[in-house]
Design a binder for this molecule. Structure first.
Ligand SMILES: [Zn+2]
Length: 1035
């Protein structure tokens, strides 16, 4: 089925309106509040929930300035101005010259040959105009309400204006967040999915407790069509109630006459129908084709962050935890799964089977609820009293062993590490053929992409590393996120930063052979690159719209969150304080919700050493402000001075901040630089700090093994000393420290603090470098520059950059083998070097890759390409039209998903423009190439010279279809926006990108990723302007 065959939004709206209308026709007694406002006097009264004033929704709350009242043009102007960073004054003068009162009334012609009388009139007029302007200017905060203009700081409560519900009545709630007067206690959810017609009906029974008196129940619902609703108070009878809906906030209100009293219990029962979603959110349908050509259907859920409301009406915020009893009806040829074990199956009339799951034994946030209707097969094992199962489609069952083994090991590790046993009786891990995210940590029912869970018998260690990492991450969530949950999405990092950190920490302990440390280090570099932009945000940041909730799923929440936890752990005395702190945190808040301060307080409270640190004081500087510090080192005799400032790449000096961080600076020097004992610590809390060092010390390296989240500038002498030391002996520093120097000097070059000549000088030691992390970092940075030069058609410079790369890495490239390799670290190094070599058309590389592909084709599946080399081999093969066709055929028949993805990357790397256009189109259509792969396709196509402009055209032309498939702000759309614009470095492209996104208005113009994309192009442009002369001279 083509998911974009018809406009799903239109189709979904039609039955909803019909059902609502018929509901009202059947119930003529319902009071029409729009006609009789006196019959509904309770809504306008403020209740305690409404005292909270949310700035983002303020437009709704001011009478007379409702959201709909804002002039559309005005809104457009405002959003694009925000996007472009224009000041209000610029905006009013440049955008609206013709609408200005003054322009219209100013009499320039009559004053051109003025008489005295005219002069007097003109002067008088100008005085009046000036006075009016001043009055307006000095009343910037004036809001035009019924009561007139308020003075600043005057706290007159504003009358709340409620929006209109879909039926035209007043909807009794105007905020994005739900009121706190009602608390759900338990949900009883019964579902009847119909996979033949892709619809479902449901009944949701919610037991609730009234926390304080209220006349409304507000909860979430999105595209559910209610057929019946009843409310039962205490032991009373259930009576019919009416449901009002306010679509923009995806909320419904239950309408009833009496006031609910604090301490009362009530039961809301809602019957509804809905379509299974065609996207990747909510309760969605999916299909896959088996080897024999049979098409199979399934339905699965993905609720985080805001989609549980698409499957059942609920209080869909993480702090509204409750228990769940789930029942699903199915046909006999399907099976069902949910968070809890199956309690019983009952045969219903008509041959259907009803599966009832056990009631959850834990309180759970709605976004963690999950269910699947499919026909998957499991393999299982009992691990510490938990039944662990891995499910896949039947023909991929043989790929599930690795996941089961790793899960068993990691579950035991976490049970011991956290000193809290995994609380459920079962843990299912399910590979879903069509799944957008990498995986989702639903409690007891973790869902994965096939590539994140399945491992073939001959999979490379690198592919195993991916699977083990994702499992380790999702298992960590069973504690961080599921057991203890952030109160609101502003602190998403408490879930994601922690799970990301624990994934690396647990794998280092359980599977050291996976060399996970290299991946973690590279990840920290990329997190810094993003956080150095002005468009970044604090780890813990305000979130007041659905789009902003989606946007929290970014590298700041995940990677920066994990990085600052590593820095904290590395700076704490002893190796147990961190662990003891998080155990205390988990135990104290088990089953409830927290914010960032709760974590820091728990860590501060655990005293295991006399060197007690105030964690809260230190860490709040890292979570409450965006970005990170640049530490500049200067030495005078035995005195070392450190200065900190915000490392902000943006070219706009006006955005300079006075942020200060509490930095646990670590350093080593030439007398002792490798062992952990060499590490010394200096806490830099103020703008500058000094410490002493023997004058005999030749060089200093700060940020030992790059465990801190900051960049260091050593000054000309400091860099020269380090470069000297490395030229003599690369082993004077750990490989992490060498990679850190390379990352930092490229970052400083991008900031404009060091010239590119200094970068090249440091790289002179490179021919002696053989370790994975420094080589990969240098290759990545040089490759980025090479690609930009190539796209700007700076052919001469691109050729010289190619020579520079080959000078530094040529011998290392030639030393790589093409056979099986067991070490993950060597695989990573080899893959990076050979991909670079083949990108640069190195004859040896191309020849080897072609030979391997030929051998692979001719062997008819018996010979294998080592997993880490598949991408480079497929990429080389795809450059010939004939082999591209062969590869496409293989892609259509491949069953092992990890290999299939590499084939896809090969296909997308073609330089044949017809093939490029085809592959982009198919990625969106979703038939031959699953739509979940579109971000990967775009990211691959854009790197090639032939494809980068096609990608940009494609994104512009298909924007509406893209945001229909991937929600605004979501990780997928962030990735698409950033990839599609990443190769631009000219003013013309900047103007184009700016023009397109500002024209989108509410369809994405305000996404943070758009700001990030624009900022990145500006920085590329600036870098080129500043460095092209140096490149011409020195490269
Ligand atoms: Zn996660």
């Amino acid at each position: 089925m083509d998911p974009f065959d018809s406009n799903t939004a239109e189709r979904a709206n039609l039955p909803r309106n019909m059902i609502e209308n018929s509901m009202f026709e059947e119930e003529p007694d319902v009071v029409d509040l729009a006609k009789d406002s006196a019959a509904f006097p309770t809504f306008p009264a403020l209740d305690p929930d409404e005292v909270v004033f949310e700035p983002r929704s303020s437009r709704l709350l001011v009478r007379g300035l409702g959201e709909n009242d804002m002039d559309e043009d005005e809104e457009d102007c405002e959003s694009s101005a925000r996007l472009l960073g224009m000041s209000f004054m610029n905006r009013s003068s440049s955008n609206r010259p013709n609408s200005s009162l003054y322009t219209r009334q100013a009499p320039p012609r009559s004053c051109s040959r003025p008489s005295v009388r005219t002069m007097v009139v003109c002067v008088l007029f100008l005085v009046i105009v000036a006075s009016m302007t001043m009055v307006l200017y000095f009343l910037p905060g004036c809001t035009f309400t019924k009561a007139g203009c308020r003075k600043p700081n005057q706290t007159i409560p504003q009358e709340t204006v409620y929006p209109n519900a879909t039926n035209g009545e007043l909807f009794p709630w105007a905020q994005f967040r739900l009121p706190h007067s009602i608390r759900p206690l338990s949900y009883n959810l019964t579902l009847f999915p119909d996979l033949d017609n892709m619809t479902f009906t449901g009944r949701t029974v919610i037991n609730m407790f009234v926390l304080h008196n209220t006349k409304r129940i507000i909860l979430h619902s999105d595209n559910l069509h209610f057929t019946k609703a009843t409310l039962k108070l205490g032991d009373g009878e259930a009576s019919d109630v009416t449901i009002l809906e306010y679509e923009p906030n995806q909320q419904i209100a239950v309408k009833f006459s009496s006031e609910l009293k604090a301490g009362q219990y009530c039961v809301l029962t809602l019957d509804y129908t809905a379509n299974l979603s065609h996207t990747y959110g909510g309760f969605y349908n999916s299909s896959y084709t088996e080897k024999d050509g049979n098409k199979r259907f399934l339905a699965a859920t993905q609720f985080e962050p805001l989609s549980a409301r698409k499957a059942f009406p609920c209080f869909d915020e993480p702090a509204f935890k409750a228990t769940f009893l789930i029942t699903i009806n199915r046909k006999p040829n399907y099976m069902t799964l949910s968070n809890m074990p199956l309690a019983k199956s009952t045969l219903l009339s008509g041959g259907l089977i009803q599966d009832e799951f056990e009631k959850t034994t834990v309180n759970m946030s709605t976004y963690l609820v999950a269910f699947i209707i499919a026909n998957f097969t499991p393999i299982s094992r009992n691990v510490s009293n938990t039944q662990v199962s891995v499910y896949s489609v039947p023909e991929k069952k043989e790929h599930t062993d690795y996941a089961l083994n790793i899960t068993s090991k990691l579950l035991e590790f976490y049970n011991n590490f956290f000193e809290i046993d995994y609380p459920l009786k079962k843990l299912d891990l399910v590979a879903i053929p069509d799944f957008l995210a990498g995986a989702m940590e639903n409690w007891g029912l973790i869902t994965f992409r096939e590539t994140s869970l399945l491992v073939g018998k001959q999979s490379s260690p690198l592919e195993k590393q991916v699977v083990a990492s994702v499992i380790a991450h999702e298992l960590a969530h069973q504690w961080f996120g599921n057991l203890v949950t952030m109160s609101w999405w502003n602190d998403l990092w408490l879930n994601e930063g922690f799970a990301t950190y624990m994934q690396y920490m647990s794998l280092q302990a359980v599977l050291p052979q996976l060399d996970i440390g290299n991946l973690f280090l590279a990840m920290r570099f990329r997190a810094m690159d993003k956080d150095a932009l002005n468009s970044s945000h604090p780890v813990s940041t305000k979130v007041n719209t659905a789009e902003q909730v989606e946007e929290m799923f970014d590298s700041v929440s995940y990677e920066k969150g994990a990085s600052i936890l590593l820095m904290l752990n590395a700076s704490l005395p002893g190796d147990q304080q961190f662990r003891k702190g998080i155990i205390q945190y988990l135990k104290q808040f088990s089953g409830s919700n927290t914010d960032t301060d709760d974590l820091w307080n728990s860590l501060t409270q655990v005293e295991v050493s006399t060197q007690h640190q105030n964690v809260s004081e230190m860490m709040s500087s890292w979570t409450s402000q965006k970005g990170f510090p640049l530490v500049t080192v200067s030495r005078k005799g035995d005195q070392v001075t450190l200065t900190q400032e915000h490392f902000l790449l943006t070219s706009d000096n006006a955005t300079h901040t006075s942020s200060l961080w509490n930095i646990p600076v670590t350093y080593v020097n030439d007398s002792c630089s490798l062992a952990p004992e060499c590490r010394q610590v200096f806490n830099l809390k103020t703008k500058t700090g000094t410490f002493k060092l023997p004058e005999s010390v030749k060089w200093l390296k700060l940020n030992y093994r790059n465990t801190g989240f900051y960049i260091v500038h050593y000054g000309n002498e400091g860099w020269a000393a380090l470069q000297d030391a490395l030229s003599n002996n690369v082993s004077v520093l750990t490989h992490e420290d060498r990679a850190s120097l390379i990352h930092n000097i490229f970052a400083l070059s991008r900031l404009g603090r060091v010239s590119f000549y200094q970068v090249l000088t440091l790289l002179k030691y490179m021919p002696n470098e053989t370790e994975t992390t420094p080589v990969m970092e240098a290759l990545l940075q040089l490759n980025n520059i090479y690609r930009l030069l190539d796209k700007r058609q700076e052919n001469g410079l691109a050729a010289r950059m190619k020579n520079c790369i080959l000078d530094n890495f040529g011998s290392l490239m030639n030393n790589q083998t093409w056979g099986e390799e067991e070490s993950v670290s060597k695989q990573e190094l080899r893959a990076a070097l050979l991909e670079m070599a083949c990108t640069l058309n190195e004859p040896n590389c191309i020849q080897q890759a072609k030979a391997l592909f030929k051998q692979y084709i001719e062997s008819n599946g018996t010979s294998r390409i080592p997993g880490d080399l598949q991408r480079v081999v497929f990429t080389v093969a795809a450059q010939s039209d004939e082999d591209w066709e062969t590869l496409l055929h293989m892609y259509g028949h491949a069953t092992y998903d990890a290999e299939k993805r590499k084939m896809l990357q090969g296909l997308a790397s073609t330089q044949n423009t017809r093939q490029l256009v085809w592959i982009l189109k198919e990625g969106l259509n979703g038939e031959i190439i699953q739509t979940q792969e579109l971000p990967l396709v775009i990211n691959t196509v854009v790197k090639g010279f032939a494809g980068y402009l096609f990608v940009w055209d494609f994104v512009q032309e298909n924007w509406d279809r893209l945001i229909e498939k991937f929600p605004l702000g979501s990780y997928a759309i962030q990735s698409i926006v950033k990839s599609a614009t990443s190769q631009f470095s000219t003013q013309a492209h900047l103007d184009q990108v700016q023009g397109f996104f500002s024209g989108l208005k509410g369809r994405g113009s305000q996404m943070r990723s758009v700001q990030e994309a624009l900022e990145t192009i500006r920085l590329n442009l600036r870098w080129m302007d500043q460095n092209l002369p140096t490149l011409r001279k020195r490269l």
